[in-house]
Every structure is written in structure tokens, then in C-alpha cells.
Ligand binder design. Structure first.
Ligand SMILES: Nc1ncnc2c1ncn2[C@@H]1O[C@H](COP(=O)(O)OP(=O)(O)OP(=O)(O)O)[C@@H](O)[C@H]1O
Ligand SMILES: [Mg+2]
Length: 367
């Protein structure tokens, strides 16, 4: 019996969830279609598999039926063909920064990086926050509750990061860490990151160190570099801003953020003038939106009408968003059919529109 028929015999709900095969999460045809929000029939993906256009799946036996299951590392090759994001035109650097804490900077950095990597773009995340939130999200295996403190401390001390690159002990490519996606790497936030700022202060051209020694080399190997910044000003943040092709700045749809916005905009302008750089391209993303709250809706509308570069897309305040971060998954992977996932896909398109892209979507290019 050919694969297509076997899939057609499977009960309709069998593909609704990813089922574990040998303890590994796997993805059915339907889940893949949902993750990418792809407007295709399930037979299209099955046919692409039979034609060898996407990787070979495993076959999951359920009763007398068999169905295709792909592993997570196989998704980028499928996303390139059936995904929603366009290919980038040249290597790009996105800096995610806001002076305000807890406004979803790391959530945005993580979703941008993971979703781009799921579209077969080569992505590197550089964590620039000593809180280490993006490092935790990108290395879930380290979050083992049973690991004793001594082991955690020893491992942390042994890990190399930006400080070791700054000291000249290692090359930037030596500190790249792997993830479950072959297309996604990262530089972890080690304890030494706290010393980078102090060390940079006495160096000539201190604001350009990251660009020259980390970002420019990474751009030779990656399509996209994502910088997840801390919520406070530092020399490292200056370094991130001068290296950025695009600043993505989340703005809470809350009155406290609204009040501080003028200062933040003036600050960015002063920084650009002081550094004598061209104005950085900026995208502002309304976050923690609460559609049921009048003030939140009014602030969102004000942002859209008055802030140049404000996205139509938002991230709404949602439990499923928090859950996705806890599960170390992008929203579309964690809850593919949720409205929050759909909004995240739209938002990613808004952000990618601000970057130089190939005119066709990844799916059109691959077709
Ligand atoms: N859609 C959402 N709605 C509400 N909370 C969310 C949502 N998505 C993620 N969160 C949670 O909000 C918290 C803050 O998010 P995040 O860490 O991305 O903010 P941040 O701006 O990076 O914070 P910091 O300034 O400390 O670096 C996290 O616990 C995150 O899991
Ligand atoms: Mg953060």
C-alpha cells in the first residue's frame, strides 16, 4: 500500500497532536500544516515527501494504521518549502531592546529566532542579558531540577562565552552552542558576561567591539543574528545597537510604558547623533495587549497611529504565551491552532517586512 493511502486511512484526529516516537516529540502532517499556518492540503505534504522534496519521515503505527511523523530537526527543510516567512536578502542583525523590563523582549527574540530557523534560515542568537533568560530557553536540557548545585556551578564556570572571546582565549565560532534545530545556534550568557562591560570601558572604540569581533564574523555564516538585550543601558547595549540592521522594541500597552516613550525615543535619537551613525531602522511591537481593557486598546491604537514603525501585529497577554516559553517552544510550535500563534505568525511577517527580503516567500522560492 502506498503512503498516501495509508495516511488517508488514518482517523482524522490522529494527526491532531504530535505523538512521541521513542520518547521524542514528532510531528504529524496536520501538526506541521498547523505550525506553519500553511494553506495547503495534507496530500500536498505527503506528495512532497514521496517525491523526495522534504525529508523522509518515520512511520508511526497506531493499531492497524500507519502515519508519517517527522522529528523537530527535520522541520526546517519542510518550513523552507511550506512556511510563511520570506527568505532574507543578505545576512541581517536584529537587536531586541527596550529600557523597560518584562515587556517580552526575550519572548520576541526567541520567537523570531526559532521561527526563522524553522524556515531553514541559519540563525544565531547572542544573549546579552546576565539574567540569562534566552540561554535558558534555548538550552532546556540544562533546566534539570535533579542536577545538584555543585554540578551547576562547575558547568557554568566551564562554559565559554563573550567574555572569553573578548579576552582572546577563544574564537567566536568556538562558543556557539547547538539546539534541537540544526539551523539554530546561540552564544550563551555565562557568568563572565557581567565582566564584559567593565573590560570594554577602558578599550578604544569600545562601542564597536561586538560588531567587529562577533557580529561581522557571524554574518559570514548566518542569515540572521538576533541580539537579546537587558532592560538597562550599558556599553554592551551600545555595542548591540551600532551592530543592528533593525531594532525591534516591544512596547507594553500599559500606561507606564506609554508615559516613558518620549524619553526612550529622544534617547535613541541622542545615541545615534552621539555615535554619528545613520538612524537605526526601528520596529515597535505592542505587547501584553488586553483586548478586553479599554485603556489597553486605546494605547495600542495610539501607538499604531503615532509611532513610526509600529506593527499592526501585537502580542496579547496570554497564558499560552507564558506556557510556550516554559516549554522552550515558539508559540506556533506550542499551540499551533491558537489565536496567539496566528498573531505571532502575522507579527513575524510584520517584522520581516522591515528587513530586505527576497520578494517571494520561502515556499514560493522552493516551489
Ligand atoms: N503572551 C504573553 N503574555 C503574558 N506573559 C508572557 C507572554 N509571553 C511570555 N510571557 C512571560 O512574560 C514574562 C516576561 O517576558 P520576557 O522575559 O520575554 O520579558 P523581557 O522583556 O525579556 O524581560 P527582562 O526585561 O527581564 O529581560 C516571562 O515570564 C514570559 O514567559
Ligand atoms: Mg529578557
Amino acid at each position: 500500500m502506498r503512503g498516501k493511502n495509508r495516511d488517508q486511512l488514518a482517523p482524522q484526529n490522529i494527526d491532531a497532536e504530535a505523538l512521541p516516537v521513542q520518547n521524542q516529540e514528532t510531528f504529524s502532517i496536520q501538526k506541521i500544516i498547523n505550525v506553519f499556518g500553511a494553506d495547503i492540503h495534507r496530500d500536498t505534504l505527503a506528495k512532497a515527501e514521496r517525491l523526495g522534496q522534504v525529508p523522509q519521515p518515520q512511520w508511526k503505527q497506531t493499531g492497524s494504521l500507519k502515519a508519517r511523523r517527522w522529528t523537530v530537526d527535520q522541520l526546517p527543510a519542510i518550513g523552507e518549502r511550506f512556511g510563511f516567512l520570506p527568505k532574507l536578502d543578505g545576512s541581517q542583525v536584529i537587536c531586541v531592546f527596550s529600557m523597560k523590563g518584562g515587556v517580552l523582549k526575550t519572548t520576541l527574540s526567541f520567537n523570531i529566532a526559532r521561527l526563522a530557523a524553522l524556515h531553514n534560515l541559519k540563525v544565531c542568537v547572542v544573549g546579552l542579558d546576565t539574567q540569562g533568560d534566552i540561554t535558558k530557553a534555548l538550552s532546556p536540557e540544562q533546566e534539570n531540577e535533579d542536577t545538584d548545585l555543585a554540578t551547576v556551578a562547575t558547568t557554568a564556570r566551564a562554559e565559554s562565552g563573550l567574555f572569553d572571546v573578548l579576552r582572546g582565549n577563544v574564537n567566536v565560532f568556538d562558543v556557539l552552542c547547538d539546539t534541537d534545530l540544526p539551523t539554530l545556534k546561540f552564544i550563551r550568557e555565562t557568568p563572565g558576561l557581567a565582566k564584559v562591560d567593565m573590560e570594554l570601558v577602558s578599550r578604544p572604540h569600545r562601542e564597536w567591539w561586538l560588531k567587529k569581533n562577533v557580529i561581522d564574523p557571524l554574518k559570514t555564516r548566518f542569515d540572521l543574528v538576533v541580539l537579546d538585550c537587558a532592560p538597562s543601558w550599558s556599553t554592551l547595549i551600545s555595542n548591540a545597537l551600532v551592530a543592528a540592521d533593525l531594532l525591534v522594541s516591544p512596547m507594553e500597552t500599559k500606561i507606564s510604558h506609554f508615559r516613558n516613550l518620549d524619553d526612550f525615543m529622544a534617547f535613541l535619537g541622542d545615541f545615534e547623533r552621539m555615535m554619528e551613525i545613520q538612524p537605526i531602522k526601528k520596529v515597535f511591537v505592542p505587547t501584553k495587549y488586553q483586548s478586553g481593557r479599554k485603556l489597553s486598546s486605546e494605547i495600542r491604537s495610539w501607538y499604531v497611529q503615532n509611532i513610526k514603525g509600529c506593527t499592526a501585529g501585537v502580542i496579547r497577554e496570554a497564558m499560552v504565551g507564558e506556557e510556550a516559553m516554559s516549554a522552550c517552544k515558539s508559540l506556533p510550535e506550542h499551540a499551533p491552532t491558537s489565536s496567539a500563534a496566528s498573531e505571532m505568525r502575522d507579527l513575524m511577517l510584520d517584522i520581516f517586512r522591515a528587513l530586505p527580503t527576497q520578494t517571494k516567500t520561502a515556499a514560493e522560492v522552493a516551489a
